[in-house]
Design a protein around this ligand. Structure first.
Ligand code: SF4
Length: 228
């Protein structure tokens, strides 16, 4: 363990091996976080069964320090989106993500969470959770096997290893704004696109009124011709 943390060029005397380490702040900070990621306990569809297998005795992701799946977002570090993201569920998923404390990570597990999967064109399915949340790791497969999920989690650990305390978003001066929760009406609406939606609807209204005007002009001209 200390070998992995030790910075190169600093020799530790043999009698202190395993007890003392000389390292950087970034390394020890990342090592602590990557070794204690607590996933949030929730699942959306069939992929969740594979996630449950990964947590159980045979694969056992507690070997990565992920022993506890937390039933509350306030104690979770990683959101494993395991399953089909429906338009009915996405407001809840975004709300849960907002309630997680920083640092937090998102893993899109399986074809559905990554891009809609076999239901991509479905009227009720979001084509990938990354339309709303910043995804850190995508895991392909339908469903991904427990081994694939473990590979995804190791990839997440490698990503954490590369972060620096100077640049991570949760230590910047600017406040981190929560992601606007999508609104489910006749269809799902992303509040970040309200301006775009307003512009498009105004454009459409203008086009329709132009067509109506042209129609009435045409009818008027035809009547004039008939009368003459
Ligand atoms: S990717 Fe496949 S296994 Fe996973 S939720 Fe979608 S349909 Fe089910």
């Amino acid at each position: 363990m200390t070998d992995e943390l030790n910075s190169q060029g600093y020799d530790i005397p043999p009698e202190l091996n395993g007890q003392v380490t000389i390292t950087t702040l970034d390394k020890i900070y990342n090592w602590g976080r990557r070794s204690s990621i607590w996933p949030m306990m929730f699942g959306l569809a069939c992929c969740a069964i594979e996630m449950i297998c990964t947590a159980a005795g045979r694969y056992d992701f507690s070997r990565f320090g992920m022993e506890v799946m937390r039933p509350t977002p306030r104690q979770s570090d990683a959101m494993i989106v395991s399953g089909t993201v429906t338009k009915k569920m996405i407001p809840q998923i975004v709300r849960l993500y907002n309630q997680m404390a920083e640092p937090k990570y998102v893993v899109a597990m399986g074809a559905c969470a990554s891009g809609g999967g076999p239901f991509k064109e479905g009227y009720n399915v979001v084509s990938g959770v990354d339309k709303y949340l910043p995804v850190d790791v995508y895991i392909p497969g339908c469903p991904p096997t427990p081994q694939a999920l473990m590979h995804g989690l190791i990839t997440l650990q490698e990503k954490i290893d590369k972060q620096s305390i100077r640049t991570v978003r949760w230590y910047q001066k600017e406040a981190i704004e929560p992601i606007p929760v999508p609104v489910l009406g006749p269809d799902i609406m992303d509040p970040r696109q309200y301006e775009q939606i307003r512009k498009l609807s105004q454009q459409k209204l203008a086009e329709e009124s132009q067509v109506e005007q042209n129609d009435s002009l045409d009818t008027g001209e035809a009547n004039d011709v008939e009368r003459s």
